[in-house]
Ligand binder design. Sequence first.
Ligand SMILES: NC(=O)c1ccc[n+]([C@@H]2O[C@H](COP(=O)([O-])OP(=O)(O)OC[C@H]3O[C@@H](n4cnc5c(N)ncnc54)[C@H](OP(=O)(O)O)[C@@H]3O)[C@@H](O)[C@H]2O)c1
Length: 235
Amino acid sequence: MILLTGGHGLLGPELRKLRDYFAPEEHEMDITDLPKVMEVVKASKPDVIFHAAAYTNVAAAEDNWKRCYEVNALGARNMVEAASECGAIFIYMSTDYVFDGDQEPGGTGYKPDDLPHPINWYSTTKLIGEVYTQGHPDHYIIRTSFKKSPWEHPKAVADMWTTGDYVDVVAPLIERAIGRIIDGLPLPGRIIHLGTPRKSILELARRRSPDIEAITRADVSVRLPVDTSLDFFTP
Ligand SMILES: NC(=O)c1ccc[n+]([C@@H]2O[C@H](COP(=O)([O-])OP(=O)(O)OC[C@H]3O[C@@H](n4cnc5c(N)ncnc54)[C@H](OP(=O)(O)O)[C@@H]3O)[C@@H](O)[C@H]2O)c1
C-alpha cells in the first residue's frame, strides 16, 4: 500500500486516477504533527510513502516563511522519520525550483547532480525537504513542474522557460516513475527529473488558452528563476 500525502491538492487527484492510494487529508494527518503522523503511519503500515503535501504558495511564502518552513522542511522530516519507523520506501515530490534558473540557453537542462541554488523561500524549504529525504536509506526524489489546466490566470510570463507541463501530462510520468521504483526497474538514480521539452511559460499557457496575455518576471512580486528546464528522464 502507498500512503500519499497531499492527495487532495492539484497533483494528488491526478495521481489517484492512475493508482489506488491511502491518502489522508490534512485534518486526518497534519504532517507538522509528528505524534499524529506516527499514529497514522503505524496503523496503516505502508510499503511506500509518497510525500507530496507542501506549502506551495511561492509568493505568500516570503511573508509566511515560518509556516512554509514548518510544512515543507519539518513536515518532510516527520514523514521521513515515519517511513524509517515502518521500513517504507520514501518518495519525495520536489521541484525544478531548487535550481536558480541562470543556466546557459541552448544547454541540455539541469542534471540531477547539478548544484541546487534556490532563489526564493518556498524553493529553499523544498530543498531542505530533499536533504531530510536523503537521510532515508531507501529514498527517491522526483523533481518536475506542473500547472493547472486550463491556465488559471489571465496572464503568463514570457521570459521564463520550463520543462514542466500541465498536471494531467506530468501525473502519468510520475505514475510511471513510481511504478519503476516499486517494480525495481532501472532508474537514472535516486534523483529523478521528469518533464516534457523546453518551452516558455507563455507558450505552455497558450497551448490550451490562446488568449492569455503576456507579462514578464518583473511584473511578478516574488523572485522567479529564468530557466529551470531539466535534463529529464522519460520513464
Ligand atoms: N504545482 C507545481 O507547479 C509544483 C511544481 C513542482 C513541485 N511541486 C510539488 O508537488 C507537490 C504537490 O503540489 P500541488 O501543486 O499539488 O500542491 P497543492 O495543490 O498546494 O496541494 C498541496 C497539498 O498539501 C496538503 N497540505 C498542506 N499542508 C499540509 C499539512 N500541514 N499537513 C498535511 N497536508 C498538507 C494540502 O492539503 P489542504 O488542501 O487540505 O491544505 C494539499 O492537499 C508539492 O510537494 C509541491 O511542492 C509542485
